[in-house]
Design a protein around this ligand. Structure first.
Ligand code: NAD
Length: 490
């Protein structure tokens, strides 16, 4: 099979809204441009949904709900399984599309197809395993039935940084549970979701079960959908400030919500760590996705006795990283998503330096058509620096030395976020203490990556509500009913 060219691939991706099984233009014919962040070139112009289009998408999801929720679980499972199989066949196409619209290196985009695909496989397996309970009440006067029911039509909002996986992580459990959805991808990277909707159609998706609206007016289009009493669930992945705003909108209808929000992950390296493992873990936890992951290590807290050695070794590795367009061979660092991301990384580095930090390598934006920032290491970052408080969302590794375990724990927990923490120690008891002491929804213990479809992904504190993946994931889309009936022998 000959590989598709970028032009051929982009021509295959639909440029319209997907509503009720049909592809249609925006009601006012408005469009939005999608750019390649490595070149700033417009790669495709697509429909930009209006408030009316949003309403039409919700109508379609509401209309399809009754039939889909009654479709046998095995049939829903088989649809997801066919989608998984088709994704394997189209792996290269999805990987290339993500590299074009989001900028991640092709090898990482292939990794995302594997990761994103696993949610289809996992939830195709989970769909047939939803069970209830039946039993006598303690008094013996009745029988108690506990059953699970799909929550209803859902609105799914996804960010730009993992265009495929954030969509499958929501669509797969929703469909497995018997829910219908409207999904709104980020306007910066909508093409992957459109192409995924085409794949679902090819897999036999019934009309209206998944509807896709792409728009440059996210707030205006989303609010009426969220406030519509027919909507029963909102699942959002994105920044904490937007998540808070959406929770306020959802409160009016007491909507079920799942919120996968921002992070500020600490990466702890103790004096008893295996430094080879810690350096390897640091490279993955920091530079995967060009540092643009909610799970990206944001603060490297390193015991003072190993801080210099750790800094020297990660600096050496970072100096060897090739920067360029993600399609080029050997590129480890692609562009940041836009100008604002570059300006933010530059401002965080300069604030840290003004408070006494040293730049060990990198530190600046790269002049080019695209939005590139040098992979960077800054050491001796002082308390109070912005870089320790804000999500960096770029390839900047910031190191803070510490002296005691208590100090490390206090520093790690000194954030409103609690998504993930990384701990490197060869001391089992210390590792167990970290499991108990760190305020975090997930933890990598001598591991720099935790994401897995079988694990319950999600955060504590301002990092969110609910879990995606694992045995928990499908329950975000189910609601419980308890029924009491008389003792049939009484
Ligand atoms: P963002 O909050 O700006 O946007 C996320 C989505 O919300 C996009 O689709 C956007 O169009 C939409 N949106 C923005 N304003 C809206 C509004 N007023 N009403 C409705 N929708 C609106 O976030 P982003 O920049 O796309 O993504 C980066 C953020 O996402 C980071 O904070 C990152 O940590 C977080 N993130 C979290 C997870 C997780 O699982 N916890 C995963 C990936 C990304």
């Amino acid at each position: 099979m000959t590989a598709l060219t970028e032009t051929d691939l982009l021509a295959r991706v639909r440029s319209q809204l997907f509503i009720g099984g049909e592809w249609r233009d925006a009601s006012d014919a408005r469009t939005l441009d999608v750019r390649d962040p490595a070149t700033n070139a417009v790669v495709k112009t697509i429909a930009s949904a209006t408030v009316e289009d949003g309403a039409a998408a919700l109508d379609a999801a509401v209309d399809a709900f009754e039939s889909w929720s009654r479709t046998p679980a095995r049939e829903r499972a088989e649809l997801l399984r066919r989608a998984f199989d088709l994704l394997q066949e189209r792996k290269e196409e999805f990987a290339l599309l993500m590299t074009i619209e989001m900028g991640k290196p092709l090898a990482e985009a292939r990794g995302e197809v594997v990761y994103g695909g696993e949610f289809l496989r996992w939830f195709s397996e989970e769909a047939a395993h939803v069970q209830g309970r039946y039993g006598a009440n303690p008094e013996g006067t009745g029988r108690m039935i506990v059953s699970q029911h799909p929550v209803g039509p859902c609105y799914l909002i996804t960010p730009w940084n993992f265009p495929l996986a954030m969509a499958t992580r929501k669509i797969a459990p929703a469909l497995a549970a018997g829910c219908t959805v409207v999904i709104k991808p980020a306007e910066l990277t909508p093409l992957t979701t459109l192409y995924f909707a085409q794949l679902l159609q090819d897999a036999g998706l019934p009309d209206g079960v998944v509807n896709v609206i792409t728009t440059s007016q996210s707030g205006a289009v989303s609010e009426p959908i969220i406030r519509d009493p027919r909507l029963r669930k909102l699942s959002f992945t994105g920044s904490t400030p937007v998540g808070v705003k959406l929770l306020e909108q959802a409160a009016g209808g007491v909507l079920r919500t799942s919120m996968e929000l921002g992070g500020n992950a600490p990466f702890l390296v103790f004096d008893d760590a295996d430094l080879d493992k810690a350096v390897e873990g640091a490279m993955a936890a920091k530079f995967r996705n060009i540092g643009q992951a909610c799970t990206a290590a944001n603060r490297f807290l390193v015991h003072r006795s190993v801080a210099e050695e750790f800094t020297r070794r990660v600096t050496e590795r970072v100096q060897g990283m090739r920067v360029g367009r993600g399609t080029e061979e050997g590129v480890a660092i692609g562009p940041l998503i836009d100008d604002r991301a570059v300006a933010k990384a530059a401002a965080l580095v300069s604030d840290a330096v003004s408070r006494g930090a040293s730049v060990r390598t990198g530190g600046s934006a790269i002049q080019s058509e695209g939005t590139f920032f040098e992979p960077t290491v800054v050491s001796d970052v002082a308390a109070g620096s912005d870089i320790l408080r804000e999500e960096i969302f770029g390839p900047v590794l910031a190191i803070v030395p510490f002296d005691t375990e208590d100090e490390a724990v206090a520093l790690a927990n000194a954030t409103e976020y609690g998504l993930v923490s990384y701990v490197f120690t060869e001391n089992l008891a210390r590792g167990q203490r970290m499991i108990e002491r760190l305020e975090t929804g997930m933890m990598g213990l001598n591991m720099g990556v935790v994401s897995n479809a079988a694990g319950p992904f999600g955060g504590w504190k301002s990092s969110g509500l609910g879990r995606e993946g694992g045995a928990e994931g499908i329950h975000e889309y189910l609601q419980t009913k308890y029924t009491l009936t008389p003792n049939p022998f009484a």
